[in-house]
Design a protein around this ligand. Structure first.
Ligand code: NAD
Length: 370
């Protein structure tokens, strides 16, 4: 029997609750396809700060590097929130592991499950048939540029002693744009052949470089793909106005972060959005939402984004396309039968049957078995 090593990073908040359901689904897939999944759990985020004072311990990186794929839940929570930049923060674990594993591509599919048309805050006629993927650059830009906080004597003089200044740097190199553009064009080749490249080229120099490089890669390597440039502010509007126009959206790190949360809302809940972070080595798979501290420990979190991340792991890390399709089909069937976690239930659909995290995981796993 084939064995795949998976590094599990439950993290904080609802993390341990939802990752358990991801594992349940993987085990059901393993049984069906005769594959053994071998799990090693490691610390990341706030729980790692509590245990060893470091949001990304060396042992965690070693476990991730030694695995065939990493399944992460979420990190963070009010317990570790601080504006003191000398204190460790859970998010440093997440940014650190992405950087250390060279995960420069983040894929976030946004599709509407038929049964959830009414769960969106947008009209069913607007969201029906939405099927897009956001390709977000993940290891460059503002989140990784030089940052600094300092006291500015001159500013303090002019503004009554209030002289603090903070600087974040937005920087992109040509090769970083080239490789993410290629990922987007390749994704479009296996989809509907259209890429929207999102930037702010009317203002930012990094965006002008972005646009030049994306067009060069397109013209030289993917001329058959339709390429559309769109400014980020317009994109924010178009996503809620006419989301069906998008097939593949490629954008830099911060724009991608914001637009993908907006796009998630089209689906009705952040709890439905999976993601894959890929580089040239081991990949990392995680839901797009955070650790939802407001509902942690209550058994009501929606595990479907985590479960759909398992589906992406099967597809991208292990090439198990049939198994990946099984996961999506099982989720779809469960929703079609009317089962919902609390975040998905709407008063517009009184037939919704509300259930908790564990029951939802059980049901999906049962549908995988067939
Ligand atoms: P969040 O995504 O955790 O929660 C936003 C809202 O969505 C909350 O009301 C929450 O209850 C709900 N929600 C999220 N996931 C859900 C699920 N699976 N089922 C049901 N409801 C769900 O974002 P936030 O509140 O801004 O951040 C909370 C913490 O998570 C912060 O510490 C933040 O830094 C961290 N965070 C982590 C990640 C990550 O680990 N990738 C991403 C975003 C935020």
């Amino acid at each position: 029997m084939e064995t795949k090593k998976i590094c599990l990073l439950p993290g904080d908040g609802i993390g341990p609750e939802i990752i358990a359901e991801g594992v349940k689904v993987l085990d059901a897939v393993g049984k069906k396809y005769d594959v053994a999944f071998d799990y090693e759990e490691a610390l990341i985020g706030g729980c790692a700060i509590d245990a060893v004072g470091n949001p990304l311990p060396e042992e965690t990186l070693d476990a991730a590097r030694a695995s065939d794929a990493v399944l992460l839940a979420a990190v963070g929570g009010p317990k570790w929130d601080t504006t003191d930049s000398s204190k460790p923060r859970p998010e440093q674990g997440l940014l650190g592991i992405r950087k250390q594993l060279g995960l420069y591509t983040n894929l976030r599919p946004v599709r509407i499950f038929d049964a959830l048309r009414d769960a969106s805050t947008l009209k069913p006629a607007v969201v029906e048939g939405v099927d897009l993927v956001i390709v977000r650059e993940l290891t460059g830009g503002l989140y990784f540029g030089h940052r600094e906080r300092f006291y500015d004597e001159e500013g303090a003089g002019a503004h009554g002693g209030r002289g603090q200044r903070a600087v974040d740097t937005l920087e992109y190199r040509e090769y970083e744009i080239e490789r993410i553009a290629r990922q987007a064009f390749r994704a479009a080749q296996s989809r509907h052949g259209r890429v929207h490249s999102i930037d702010k080229a009317n203002v930012l120099d990094t965006s002008r470089l972005w646009r030049e490089v994306v067009h060069r890669v397109h013209d030289e390597e993917f001329p058959e793909i339709e390429l559309v440039d769109m400014l980020v502010d317009n994109t924010a509007m178009q996503l809620v106005n006419n989301p069906r126009q998008f097939d593949v959206i490629v954008t830099e790190n911060m724009f991608g972060d914001i637009l993908s949360d907006e796009a998630a809302q089209i689906t009705g809940s952040l709890g439905m959005l999976a993601s894959a972070s890929l580089g040239d080595g081991v990949g990392l798979f995680e839901p797009s939402h955070g650790s939802a501290p407001d509902i942690a420990g209550r058994g009501i979190a929606n595990p479907l984004a985590q479960i759909l991340s398992v589906g992406m792991m099967l597809q991208y890390a292990f090439g198990m396309v049939d198994a990946a399709n099984d996961v999506t089909r099982a989720v779809s069937q469960v929703l079609d039968e009317g089962w919902r976690t609390g975040d998905l239930a709407t008063s517009a659909t009184p037939a919704d049957k509300v259930m908790g995290t564990v029951a939802m995981g059980d049901l999906v796993a049962r549908h995988i078995a067939g």
